[in-house]
Design a protein around this ligand. Structure first.
Ligand code: PGA
Length: 246
């Protein structure tokens, strides 16, 4: 039985005051029956580390560089995330793939850079509405995952995968539990062909997960938790989603 994982993706939201209130709300609702983490904007990693140290709530970042170090203005190295105690880093989020033109290969290199420093990459894959309507969902997500599997080689079993259909992100339009499960099953089969650890790996669903739809999504056999955007910014909603996970 895989223990569920719920990860908050704060995106570019937050302030000292708002973060303190949100984290206090999450901590006040302990204990949790699932694993949970918050992926915060890089400038707030230090305060997340101080606030969450010693608790069961982990923290992480939303992106990292594919490079180890060097003249890459504005980038953050995986080693730096590791120094701030990050357990996770999201890589290949669709907002980075589309706004920053990140390719499958770059995402794969970022995942590899993260793992090399002991930070677990949460690798996002997902199709656009046009791709879904053209019947290309499977081809797209398999292509995205395949690049990462190839780059990670025998360490592929150490990543977390997140299926996030683009048409469901921030739109209020969630994939139905059956639609999500169908894609998760495809991803699980692809992982099985690549690593002996596939059945222990976590595949999260992301895209308009809310307190009122989380339980049905998490009840699907291959949905091992969620990557939560908007609803992770309100402690009550995030806590309710964590409760739905176990
Ligand atoms: P959402 O975002 O929950 O606001 O749809 C999910 C994500 O982008 O990770």
């Amino acid at each position: 039985m895989r223990r569920k994982l719920v990860v908050g993706n704060w995106k570019m939201h937050g302030s000292h005051a708002a973060n303190a209130e949100l984290l206090a709300g999450i901590l006040a609702a302990k204990p949790y029956a699932c694993d949970l983490a918050v992926c915060v904007p890089a400038p707030y990693l230090s305060e997340a580390a101080v606030t969450l140290a010693g608790s069961s709530v982990r923290w992480g970042a939303q992106d990292c560089s594919a490079h180890e170090q060097g003249a890459y203005t504005g980038e953050v190295a995986a080693s730096m995330l590791s120094e701030f105690g990050c357990r996770y880093v999201i890589v290949g989020h669709s907002e980075r793939r589309s706004y920053h033109h990140e390719t499958d290969l770059l995402v794969a290199d970022k995942a590899k850079a993260a793992l090399a420093k002991g930070v677990t990459p949460i690798v996002c894959v997902g199709e656009t509405l046009a791709q879904r309507e053209a019947g290309e969902t499977e081809t797209v997500v398999k292509r995205q995952l395949s690049a990462v599997i190839h780059a990670l080689g025998h360490c592929a079993g150490e990543m977390v995968v997140a299926y996030e259909p683009l048409w469901a992100i921030g739109t209020g339009r969630t994939a139905s539990p059956e639609q999500a499960q169908a894609v998760h099953q495809v991803l699980r089969a692809q992982l099985r062909a690549a690593t002996a650890h596939a059945d222990a790996m976590l595949i999260l669903y992301g895209g308009s997960v809310k307190p009122d739809n989380a339980a049905q999504l998490f009840a699907q056999p291959d949905i091992d938790g969620g990557l939560i955007g908007g609803a992770s910014l309100k402690a009550a909603d995030f806590v309710a989603i964590c409760r739905a996970a176990g």
